[in-house]
Each structure stands twice: as structure tokens, then as C-alpha cells.
Design a protein around this ligand. Structure first.
Ligand code: AMP
Ligand code: ZN
Length: 136
């Protein structure tokens, strides 16, 4: 994974503002934060996205995300934060090494994560649920 920027951070080849590390996970500040304190939680083993991650790395990454979110809230946040994971180009993923964003939220910040809502046609909701269920 010579070109992967997060693999390079994991290997210590490029610097990061690290806040947490264990045998499977690393967490550091996002270099272009949505709010100051915005952290990324990254499995050390390269995986493209959520679907590519092994169960053990997934569990370790989510556990680390909770730890870092708690620390963010205690250090300077007020207990509100968004967890975001972009998977795939259309979802806005730019770095193709799976990562979770932890974004601290503040009363008057200018960040907007809320989306506008669509409506289902009659029976459409049931059809969508049935389609998904077939692949579970
Ligand atoms: P995504 O759009 O979910 O792929 O997000 C990738 C994130 O990685 C962006 O928010 C970038 O600001 C962040 N990023 C890219 N390179 C670095 C780096 N060297 N150190 C810290 N964060 C980075
Ligand atoms: Zn990587």
C-alpha cells in the first residue's frame, strides 16, 4: 500500500497529531477539520472501506472510536459529536483506507450534516425492505 496516506501515517512515514494508538487502531486529528478537534479513527490494517474490514478490526475500531469520543467530550467538547464514515466515491470517500470521522459539535458551529427528506410512494417502502432483506 505504498501510496496510501493513512498506511504511511500508521507506519510513521508521515507525521500526524496522534491522540490514541493500540495494536489494531490509530487515531489522529484530521488535517482539515470540520470543527477543531475533529479526529479520524483508523484501523492499522489497510481496508478500502467498512465492507472490506475484518470483524476484529471493526470491533477494535468502534471501541477506539468510543474511547476517543469520550476523551473529546471531556477535554473541550460539550458531549455532542457526529460519527461519520464515508464509504465509496459517491459517499464522499477521498482516502481509500477505511476511517471513522469523529466531529465534536458546538452550540453555534456552522457545520450542517442534516439532509433533506424524501417520501416513499405507496408500497415502495415494503419493496425496498424486501430487496435488502434478500441479501442479509
Ligand atoms: P474522507 O472524505 O472520508 O475520505 O476523508 C478523508 C479525510 O482525511 C479528510 O477529512 C482529510 O482532511 C483527511 N486527511 C487527509 N490526509 C490527512 C493527513 N495527512 N493527516 C490527517 N488527515 C488527513
Ligand atoms: Zn492504507
Amino acid at each position: 500500500m505504498e501510496e496510501c496516506v493513512f498506511c504511511k501515517i500508521v507506519d510513521g512515514k508521515i507525521p500526524s497529531a496522534k491522540v490514541y494508538e493500540d495494536s489494531k487502531v490509530i487515531s489522529f486529528l484530521d488535517i482539515l477539520p470540520a470543527n477543531k478537534g475533529h479526529c479520524l479513527v483508523v484501523p492499522k490494517k489497510h481496508a478500502q472501506n467498512l465492507l472490506d474490514m475484518g470483524e476484529d478490526d471493526l470491533i477494535a475500531t468502534m471501541k477506539a472510536a468510543k474511547k476517543v469520543a469520550r476523551a473529546l467530550s471531556l477535554s473541550f467538547g460539550n458531549g455532542s459529536f457526529n460519527i461519520v464514515m464515508n464509504n465509496g466515491k459517491e459517499a464522499g470517500q477521498v482516502v481509500n483506507h477505511a476511517h471513522i470521522h469523529l466531529i465534536p459539535r458546538f452550540q453555534k458551529d456552522r457545520l450542517r450534516i442534516k439532509w433533506s427528506h424524501l417520501k416513499y410512494e405507496e408500497n415502495e417502502m415494503k419493496e425496498y425492505a424486501e430487496k435488502v432483506k434478500k441479501f442479509i
